[in-house]
Design a protein around this ligand. Structure first.
Ligand code: NAD
Length: 509
């Protein structure tokens, strides 16, 4: 694992053909520890040259990996899963250091990533084809799933280990080779994990890493040898990647941003609801595509909910996540992002929402060089305000009070996004109505963050997803493979070989 510890102090390298190599980039970005503001590494802002190097290695490795029996590909994943378990704490530590999540959040996210590897271990059964005998007279038909070739993954900053793990375990076990571009803000976890893949026995060139931002992404979208691109990030870039990638004849699955609604019915169990709402809105400092960032108490629900929620949120401890203490919430990713989230708070005030809890006032936000902001709550927000419509991606919860469930469902119909939505209630009828009619792809009923686990696809709707086949689960397998259908006929009057002695055949004649 030497490369990671060295890279902490120096420049990140590319992982190409099983080796760490220098980038040809001339510009470098900073990797910061958000808890302290310290620079902990430099990342090359690579372009076509770096991408081409990695893609050529992946293309060279493809034929042998494609022809490796699927059971052997699965065995590499089993070994990889064991290594991930073994190094679980270390990976979570790197995630905390480069991203700022609390250690508990980092561990939970790594666990979610490991679950994708567990799913991928079952690849022989997942790749089964279909067959039908005698679909026409003496004609049998079968389908087989083939890998595509070189696939690429482009990841966001908010889950440094987990989101890349949504992609490559499936792509690789399906028989593809892979080029990963982690977020330039948090490349270290993926670099550590690359060494585990090598240690698990993955042949050189099958998995590669490049670094950079826009130029690197454009090089991926334009490279002729890349067949498919998985993207996770903001909606604007997801749309761009989808349009440019498909225009260049690539398969693209592109998951975008979100504004997830949490509806609280008056009959909800309030204690659990407050805890869940707090965890959903402020967990991972609100930097989750499944964060509940818009609470919608129905009827009388607000009366009990709001005082309890404000009190509990104000009591949350916010501070550095890598110093041995265990705060409830860590920093946001960067000083630029902090400024952006703060500007949303100013907008909310100008728009006339009631600032019920102001996270700018916490001690860490005033004294630390880290990028801190405390839990912030706007009450009495209205449906056309930017704090209700836009993704803020920080610890800011907007609350829109409504009279009935119809009004709550209508708010969802107006939403540009459609990742997740949650209802807290003890009424089966309200829950059923919500589940069937709400305009989002992942629904929680008394579950605060209904992010699909590895065995299911991550089914965002509207502008939270561009493409046809979602990430993870069965759709993930379909995305990384193409079908071949074969029809076979053997003629009944075909000449028989001279010395053929098959008794069955004889009796049939
Ligand atoms: P981002 O869109 O800024 O960056 C994502 C990736 O795109 C990065 O690798 C980055 O280098 C690249 N990129 C950035 N600007 C680019 C440009 N102009 N042209 C080409 N490529 C560019 O997203 P982020 O800030 O890293 O991550 C946060 C976003 O990701 C949020 O919107 C969040 O909701 C979303 N997200 C979505 C899901 C999901 O499943 N829907 C999951 C996690 C995160």
């Amino acid at each position: 694992m030497s490369v990671i510890h060295n890279e902490m102090a120096t420049k990140c390298k590319l992982f190409v053909d099983g080796k760490w190599v220098e980038s040809s980039a001339t510009e470098f970005g900073d990797i910061a520890n958000p808890s302290t503001g310290d620079i902990i590494g430099k990342v090359p802002m690579g372009g076509y040259k770096d991408v081409d190097l990695a893609v050529q290695a992946a293309a060279k490795a493809f034929p042998a990996w494609r022809d490796t029996p699927v059971v052997e590909r699965a065995r590499v994943m089993f070994k990889f899963k064991n290594l991930l378990d073994e190094h679980y704490e270390e990976i979570a530590g790197i995630v905390t250091r480069e991203h700022g999540k609390t250690l508990a959040e980092a561990k939970a996210s790594v666990q979610r990533g490991i679950e994708v590897v567990e799913f991928a271990c079952g690849i022989p059964s997942l790749l089964f084809g279909d067959s039908l005998a005698n679909i026409a007279t003496n004609v049998d038909c079968e389908t087989i799933r083939h890998p595509l070739g070189v696939c690429a993954g482009i990841a966001p900053f908010n889950f440094p280990a987990m989101v890349p793990l949504w992609m490559y375990p499936l792509a690789l076990t399906c028989g593809n080779t892979f080029v990963l571009k982690p977020s330039e803000k948090v490349p270290l976890s993926s670099m550590f994990i690359a060494e585990l893949l090598k240690k698990a026995g993955l042949p050189d060139g099958v998995f590669n890493i490049v670094h950079g931002g826009k130029d690197c992404v454009n090089a991926i979208l334009e490279h002729k040898l890349i067949r498919a691109v998985s993207f996770v990030g903001s909606t604007a870039i997801a749309k761009y990647v989808y349009e440019k990638g498909t225009a260049n004849n690539k398969r693209v699955q592109a998951a975008g941003g979100a504004k997830n609604h949490i509806i609280i019915m008056p009959d909800a169990s309030m204690e659990q609801t407050v805890q869940a709402l707090q965890a959903s809105a402020f967990g991972c400092a609100g930097e989750r595509c499944m964060a509940g960032s818009l609470a919608i108490p129905v009827g009388d629900a607000a009366k009990e909910l709001m005082p309890r929620l404000i009190e509990a949120s104000a009591a949350m401890k916010v501070g550095p996540t890598d110093s041995g203490s265990s705060p409830d919430m860590g920093p946001v990713i960067s000083s630029e992002h902090l400024a952006k989230v703060r500007s949303f708070i100013e907008k909310g005030e100008k728009e006339g929402a009631e600032l019920a809890l102001d996270g700018r006032e916490i001690a860490a936000a005033k004294t630390s060089k880290g990028f801190f902001l405390g839990p912030t709550i706007f009450d009495h927000a209205k449906k056309d305000m930017s704090i209700v419509k836009d993704e803020i991606f920080g610890p800011v919860l907007s609350v829109v009070r409504v009279n009935d469930i119809e009004e709550a469902i209508a708010l969802g119909d107006n939403c540009e996004f459609g990742n997740g939505a949650v209802i807290y209630t003890n009424s089966g009828r309200a829950a059923r109505e919500f589940k069937h009619r709400f305009n989002a792809g992942m629904i929680g009923i008394n579950v605060g963050v209904p992010a699909s686990m590895a065995w299911y696809s991550f089914t965002g709707w509207n502008h939270s997803f561009y493409g046809d086949l979602h990430i993870q689960g069965k759709e993930g397998i379909l995305f990384y493979t193409q079908q071949k259908t074969t029809m076979t006929r053997w003629f009944s009057d075909a000449p028989v070989a001279k010395n053929f002695q098959d008794p069955v055949w004889k009796s049939k004649k």
